[in-house]
Ligand binder design. Structure first.
Ligand code: 5GP
Ligand code: MN
Length: 326
């Protein structure tokens, strides 16, 4: 941490990036790091390739997040947040490779330890927990806007204090953020309280797609581009749908297959190669980070994912074959 602090103080022009299809922690950690660099009077670009899900647009300074960046030659430092590997930021990985110093701040157990400096703690419930510790170490006061980000990052990554990473620190840090003025009711209203009619229709289609393995231990939900089109929803509206199938009784692994948009889509018959993102969630008995890593992805023991080129029939067959080993 000392080396990172030293480097941050000496940096001038910093690029912040987090993973595509960002969740609450990916967005909150970008914003929180942005506040830290503001305090140090650094020039900061906050980048994410994907649109910000509507429920996180209330976060103070969310409008600072841009979807395009200057050439990598423009920055002296990149800080990559909440990413197990550099490719997770998407297209900008090429530009980041040109930036002289890359700092990797993350809490994924599968982190590849890319970059020049790492601040990785897989026991942290969220990347915002690591940033909270960085603020403390640097003795930088946490203002209300920043407290809102730190609170929301922890809330999102612990599934509202329901997941196995909801530990003592999660509660202690959030209690401190509430003491600083964060209103849990207000945050919850934004994060959980609002959805469009299209999102409700998407939930219906998602639930209709659910299949359960013969032994009752694996649940599978499939979301296609057609469903998004039919309901007028966006990929970011899928956030959280996997939780419906994770909580079915006796389920050990929940799997969400998400068909990705790709250029070939209109002309490619559905049986041919198509890109999918696969999300995995598990109960305490299965380590899905290892399964995801075996497919070139990664994540946490209870929440992980990977991307794959396949056709939906083969992919489902492979997924149901996990179930037999459970
Ligand atoms: P999700 O299912 O929401 O896409 O991801 C669950 C967890 O796994 C998140 O912490 C996410 O960062 C991680 N994850 C998802 N897909 C990938 C991937 O392709 N590579 C890596 N390294 N991590 C992933
Ligand atoms: Mn995270």
């Amino acid at each position: 941490m000392d080396q990172i602090i030293h480097h941050l103080k000496n940096s001038n022009n910093v690029l912040l990036a987090s993973h595509i299809n960002p969740d609450g922690d990916a967005i909150a950690s970008l914003l929180s790091m942005g506040f830290l660099l503001d305090t140090l009077n650094k020039q900061t670009t906050i980048y994410n390739q994907s649109p910000i899900p509507s429920m996180y647009r209330f976060l103070p300074s969310a409008q600072r997040i841009v979807r395009n960046i200057n050439s990598g030659n423009y920055y002296d430092t990149a800080i990559i947040l909440d990413c197990g590997d550099l490719q997770r930021i998407g297209k900008a990985a090429v530009e980041v490779n040109r930036i002289p110093v890359v700092i990797n701040i993350d809490h994924h157990v599968t982190n590849t330890r890319f970059g020049d400096f790492q601040l990785i703690d897989d026991s942290a419930c969220a990347t915002t927990e690591i940033l909270y510790r960085l603020f403390k170490e640097m003795a930088i006061p946490i203002n209300l806007n920043n407290a809102t980000s730190i609170y929301t990052g922890i809330l999102a990554d612990t599934g509202s204090f329901r997941f196995s990473n909801a530990n003592r620190s999660a509660f202690e840090i959030c209690a401190e953020m509430v003491a600083l003025g964060v209103d849990p009711y207000d945050v919850a209203k934004h994060v959980y309280g609002t959805y469009s009619f299209g999102q409700l229709k998407l939930i219906k289609l998602a639930i209709e797609s659910v299949e359960i393995s013969q032994n009752g231990k694996l649940s599978l939900m499939t979301l296609t581009q057609g469903m998004l089109h039919e309901t007028g929803t966006q990929p970011e509206d899928i956030n959280g749908l996997i939780n419906y199938i994770k909580n079915i009784e006796n389920i050990k692994i929940a799997v969400l297959i998400q068909e990705q948009m790709n250029g070939k889509q209109k002309t490619t018959p559905p049986q041919q190669g198509q890109r999918f993102h696969v999300s995995l969630r598990s109960d305490k008995t299965v380590d899905v980070a290892t399964i995801a890593a075996s497919f070139g992805g990664g994540g946490h023991p209870r929440a992980a994912g990977f991307s794959i080129e396949s056709n939906v029939i083969d992919l489902k067959k492979r997924i149901f074959s996990f179930a037999e080993t459970l």
